[in-house]
Design a protein. Structure first.
Length: 214
């Protein structure tokens, strides 16, 4: 065992949330009279939290009032529809159970709105992951290390014992800012070639591949 604590990103790493996110984005766009976005556009917009997601999805030059109308519409819709089509990636539940059996401490750290992070942890990972930290007003988002350090504190984990797992360039930056190694996963919202372009040093192509690195 190289590490005793594994901190996971959520969207694109543990859960495929893309369809629910895309439908919530497009609900907000329709609500405000803006053009809708394709599923692939939403995939590329994800990674830096909901505020940035809405800024990327909305047309250029909108007013602050229009932005907040779109943000509020997204949040209201997503609160009710964040589990309509979302599911764990194949092999994730088996991986988490194996990590539990081997004694690893596990946490989720996500730029997703905190209420959704906690609801999804409870829905999908109540028996395997104890700690989940999401976006809230008093915590700086990833790639800042703040949420990672909160999760470490809740797990009573030492930095030298931690590894971070995620699917985007934001996750690589988060791990670097947190001064811990990063395992990138290629089944999420960025392709293997994109991850290689970001300089990812470790890439898992399946959940079981993670075991080779930890």
């Amino acid at each position: 065992m190289k590490y005793g604590t594994i901190i996971f990103d959520l969207d694109g790493t543990l859960l495929n949330t893309l369809d629910d996110l895309a439908e919530s984005v497009n609900y907000a766009m329709r609500f405000c009279g803006f053009p809708e976005r394709t599923r692939d556009e939403v995939r590329r917009f994800i990674g830096n939290g909901v505020h940035t997601l809405i800024k990327r999805a909305a047309p250029d030059g909108i007013s602050e009032e229009q932005y907040w109308a779109a943000y509020d519409a997204f949040e209201d819709y997503y609160r009710e529809h964040n589990r309509d089509k979302t599911a764990a990636y194949p092999g994730i539940q088996e991986l988490l159970r194996e990590l539990n059996a081997k004694g690893y401490k596990l946490a989720i750290v996500s730029n997703k709105i905190d209420f959704a992070v906690k609801a999804l942890r409870e829905e999908f990972f109540a028996d395997t992951i104890d700690v989940a930290v999401g976006d809230s007003e008093d915590i700086e988002n990833k790639p800042a290390p703040d949420m990672v350090y909160i999760a470490m504190k809740e797990l009573n984990a030492e930095l030298c014992d931690c590894v971070y797992v995620g699917d985007t360039d934001v996750d690589l930056q988060t791990a670097a800012n947190s001064k811990m190694p990063c395992i990138s996963v290629s089944w999420g919202f960025r392709s293997r070639s994109e991850l290689e372009g970001y300089g990812a040093p470790m890439i898992a192509d399946s959940p079981q591949d993670i075991l080779k690195f930890v």
